[in-house]
Design a protein around this ligand. Structure first.
Ligand code: GTP
Ligand code: MG
Length: 573
């Protein structure tokens, strides 16, 4: 029975894994190896085998991003009246060209993303579109691929009943997540389900690339050959529905940083108007693009230019997609970090499941926050998970030094004097046989950081080893590509201590029979997603902070038993 269950979970994992990889990057999954999975499943319940991973056809990160970018360039975003008939709309749109893909979603109205098979489709839609003429507003002569289906002309596209199937682009509320997790039969299944529920969907990824492409159209009025690339959790495999959209204005193709011509008789004068430093150039470029987005960017609102930050950026909301956007420039190291995290996430499915679960736990427990401050960030948490997995015996994932040693000549990458080289071909990475279950890994994660000597030690994922701290910051995680920098510099002692205490409490809680036994009330991972601070809300709230952790946990256990524990009811974002 157990073997059968393990095999079916295992099969589910493979299907989902294949599904994720396929929707993210559209590669083919080789099904011929599936028959051999049952015996392997007995060995490693929650994961697919190395053999199966090796049989998955994978493309390098940049090639895959390029495909998504090209797909977005053939797409338009259409605001539709709520009574639009999906069938008639598609028929109408297909007059402009063959349609590869189309979906609807809601964000301050109903929108459709239509991907044509060729760019000609987009041009044809443009030709047929009219310029709006409002008596009290002047039209800005800027053409964008964000269009509106006009109600008065769309009579033939309307239907008496809402006939559009809209896809959700937001994460489910935490109490709904807890409820669904509680129905699962094992903690391993819970971690995998959580990942499956929270991860970005294919449509959401398409929308992210489309927003980058729309932004690129705006920036191209100044820099015609620029590219706007997504990075961070939109592409590193750890993105959750509702996460922000980090973008990077790439001007390297124009400035020639990546392709210096030798032997040319001419050089371009005033290319950067000889600004004193690269930072000043970045600030002025972002300032101008930010202004342009503010004045002419359709659907872009609440523009803030945060140019004095360590990494200057323009922040705004893109209303049609509902994304909170951060546009940076000259940020190639962050792109490398995204590629590295993507690679780790693809090597073994347990990496993503653990990162998603730890991130969700951290958000619910208030370890991370949407507001910038002295909290741990999702990026920092991911580095902590990566380091923990490198420290397993045998290691579940290799060190960055090992990935560098596997790199080929094409992988060479030096950014601002820092060697950012590592292998891009995933099939070259051979993993060691680690059979830890997800349940075990989650518990061990809490134990590991509940007992880690943060006061003396620094975390280094390049070496996969802790080292003496080079500076007095409470939490020191060496930036893998800029060794002089600490990625968790913002974290203060209070927030670090809070993280450590919550790890200790969660490790203790996870081992309690009430939490381990399958029941109708939140159990296993679901029990860990009930805020520990929620215990004794109300009357006891003033006393709560003074209580010993174990007393708080006992209170939580009691409330779990009586079914009174309430998740915070908010969203998981
Ligand atoms: P979300 O919280 O889901 O948005 O995760 P994220 O990984 O996208 O994090 P965030 O939006 O804060 O940052 C985007 C990317 O910038 C990260 O993935 C990293 O590549 C990079 N980044 C963020 N913080 C730091 C930092 O402190 N140091 C360095 N070097 N890079 C960082
Ligand atoms: Mg982000």
């Amino acid at each position: 029975m157990l073997t059968m269950m393990a095999a079916s979970i295992h099969h589910l994992c493979i299907m989902r894994r294949a599904g994720f990889l396929k929707h993210f990057f559209g590669f083919k999954y080789c099904s011929s190896k599936r028959a051999s999975t049952k015996s392997a499943a007995a060995k490693r319940e929650s994961s697919i085998t190395k053999d199966q991973y090796e049989n998955i056809e994978r493309k390098p990160f940049y090639k895959l991003l390029e495909e998504r970018k090209e797909q977005a360039e053939r797409s338009v975003l259409v605001s539709c009246p709520s009574n639009t008939s999906e069938k008639r709309f598609l028929k109408h749109m297909s007059r402009h060209g063959d349609i590869n893909n189309c979906f609807f979603y809601e964000s301050f109205g109903t929108y459709a993303v239509v991907e044509f098979s060729k760019r000609d489709g987009v041009l044809s839609v443009f030709e047929s579109a009219s310029i709006p003429n409002f008596p009290h507003e002047a039209a800005v002569p800027f053409k964008s691929r964000l269009l509106s289906l006009k109600t008065n002309n769309s009579g033939d596209l309307a239907s008496s009943q809402p006939s559009v199937k809209v896809l959700s682009q937001t994460a489910i509320p935490i109490d709904e997540l807890v409820r669904r997790l509680s129905k699962k039969d094992s903690i391993d299944q819970q971690l995998l389900l959580l990942t499956n529920i929270l991860q970005l969907t294919d449509e959401n990824i398409r929308l992210r690339f489309l927003v980058c492409s729309l932004l690129r159209d705006i920036a191209a009025s100044y820099f015609p050959e620029c590219v706007v690339r997504p990075f961070g959790s939109s592409v590193n495999g750890f993105g959750k529905l509702g996460c922000d959209l980090d973008m990077f204005l790439d001007l390297d193709g124009i400035s020639g940083i990546s392709q210096e011509k030798t032997g040319s008789s001419y050089s371009l004068e005033y290319q950067l108007k000889r600004t004193s430093t690269e930072r000043v150039a970045t600030q002025s470029i972002l300032s101008v693009i930010g202004e342009c987005v503010d004045q002419f960017g359709p659907g872009c609102v609440g523009i803030q230019k945060i140019l004095n930050a360590r990494c200057p950026l323009v922040r705004f909301s893109h209303q049609p997609s509902g994304f909170q956007c951060d546009l940076t420039a000259n940020n190639r190291v962050a792109m490398k970090s995204s590629e590295l995290l993507y690679l780790y996430g693809q090597l073994d499915e347990r990496v993503r499941a653990l990162v998603f679960s730890v991130r969700c736990w951290a958000r619910v427990q208030g370890v991370t926050s949407n507001i910038p401050g002295a909290w741990l960030t999702n990026f920092t948490l991911t580095m902590l998970v990566v380091f923990f997995l490198q420290k397993r015996s045998p290691p579940l994932i290799p060190t960055l030094d090992h990935l560098q040693a596997l790199a080929g000549p094409k992988d060479k990458s030096i950014i601002d004097g820092n060697d950012c080289t590592f292998v891009s071909d995933l099939t070259k990475v051979k993993l060691q046989e680690n059979s830890d279950s997800l349940e075990h890994l989650l518990l061990e994660f809490f134990e590991f950081y509940g007992n880690f000597d943060f006061s003396k030690l620094s975390i280094n994922i390049r070496k996969g080893k802790e080292q003496g701290k080079p500076e007095a910051a409470p939490l020191h995680i060496q930036n893998p590509f800029q060794p002089a920098l600490n990625v968790s510099k913002n974290v203060n002692g209070t927030q670090l201590q809070r993280f450590v205490s919550l790890c200790q409490e969660s490790a203790w809680l996870a081992q309690q029979p009430e939490v381990q036994s399958r029941s109708d009330t939140p159990w296993g991972l679901a029990a860990l997603l009930v805020p520990l601070d929620a215990v004794g809300k109300g009357k006891k709230s003033k006393r709560r902070r003074a209580e010993a952790p174990s007393a708080r946990i006992k209170g939580l256990l009691e409330s779990l038993r009586t079914g009174k524990a309430s998740a915070n009811g908010g969203s998981t974002s």
